[in-house]
Design a protein around this ligand. Structure first.
Ligand code: GLV
Length: 331
């Protein structure tokens, strides 16, 4: 039997690598069977093709764009694409399905970390934490002042959650502890944690805080646009921990600059990294961090395990524990 070969597009946390090493003990595989891209920056498309060509398995990151042409360039032996992320918008899943290739992702293990991040950003933007720290570091703290850097109240405020899947619900759970009224918009999702289902228009008009938790698809591109922002309350805070493309950044800049809304906090941008000349970086009322939703030690360890488990199952021809295109098993 020929030995499977695998290309991993970045060094992932140890638990996943340990599992892979156990599965592919050095004596059991050819020297080149498990190649890990060792650099901090992702491989370019050309480098990815060069290194993955002939591989049976690919473990990739959200920074790697995996389309049908790339799958073909890797070769018809490709059996599994395992993404080190829950979102799979970097992968052309239909192209994988058409080629009978299962695509794995890492759901569940990052729910709490991402909900924590959404809440942290909501509080940072609402209570102006980053702006206040810049103020202090610039030497502007001369005395306590009754009206210095006043922010938003959380108790009694309305939080609107767009996308009431695992992460959206975990945000609602946190909001209960803050005595917030929670609305959600998510066709087909059941109510949970005291949240009330409403249409999108009602959510946008009534919320003091809006947190976005939808996957990035053609239908969700620029869901938050000038029209959406114009309906928001002037005191409202917008939080995006989903994907940058869900939001029209030019429209957001205009809304923040003109104080049409109070503040925004972005964990994700379009493109990533955000160019340093982005006008959003000029704004005091916009918190921006570099896509860190799942960035806790335990979460990233668990993501590496799930990604490795998917990869191993795919190489063995078994059903992936977490597969985004399970229809390949029935067709
Ligand atoms: C991170 O953004 C993920 O999709 O896992």
């Amino acid at each position: 039997m020929t030995k499977p070969t695998v290309f991993i597009t970045r060094i992932i946390p140890n638990p996943g690598l340990i599992l892979l090493n156990e599965h592919f003990p050095p004596e059991g595989i050819a020297q080149s069977a498990l190649e890990i891209w060792p650099h901090d920056l992702p491989p370019t498309r050309t480098q990815l093709i060069e290194h993955a060509r002939g591989a049976d398995g690919l473990l990739c990151l959200l920074t790697d764009k995996i389309d049908g042409d790339l799958m073909d360039a890797i070769g018809p032996q490709l059996k599994i694409i395992s993404n080190f992320a829950v979102g799979v918008d970097n992968i052309d899943v239909s192209a994988a399905t058409a080629r009978g290739i299962p695509v794995g992702n890492t759901p569940g293990v990052l729910t709490d970390a991402t909900a924590d991040q959404a809440f942290a950003l909501m509080m940072s933007a609402g209570r102006r934490i980053n702006e206040a720290e810049r103020f202090l570091r610039a030497g502007n703290w001369v005395t306590w002042q009754p009206s210095l850097l006043l922010g938003a109240d959380f108790a009694g405020a309305t939080l609107g959650i767009i996308g009431f899947g695992r992460i959206g619900q975990a945000v609602a759970k946190r909001a209960q502890g803050f005595d917030m009224r929670v609305l959600y918009y998510s066709p087909n999702a059941q109510p949970a944690y005291g949240a009330q289902s409403v249409d999108l228009d009602t959510l946008v008009r009534e919320s003091d805080f809006i947190s976005v938790h939808v996957p990035f698809k053609p239908e969700t591109r620029h869901l938050v646009n000038a029209d959406f922002l114009a309906k928001m309350k002037p005191n409202a805070v917008l939080v995006n921990t989903a994907r940058g493309g869900v939001l029209d950044q030019t429209a957001l800049y205009n809304a923040l600059k003109s104080n049409q809304i109070f503040a925004a906090a972005l964990d994700v941008t379009d493109p990533e990294p955000l160019p340093m000349d982005s006008p959003l970086l000029e704004l005091e009322n916009c918190v921006i961090v570099p896509h860190l939703g799942s960035a806790s030690k335990k979460t990233r360890d668990m993501m590496s395990l799930l990604a490795a488990q998917n990869l191993i199952a795919g190489l063995k021809g078994e059903r992936l524990p977490n597969c985004v295109n399970p229809e390949i098993y029935t067709s």
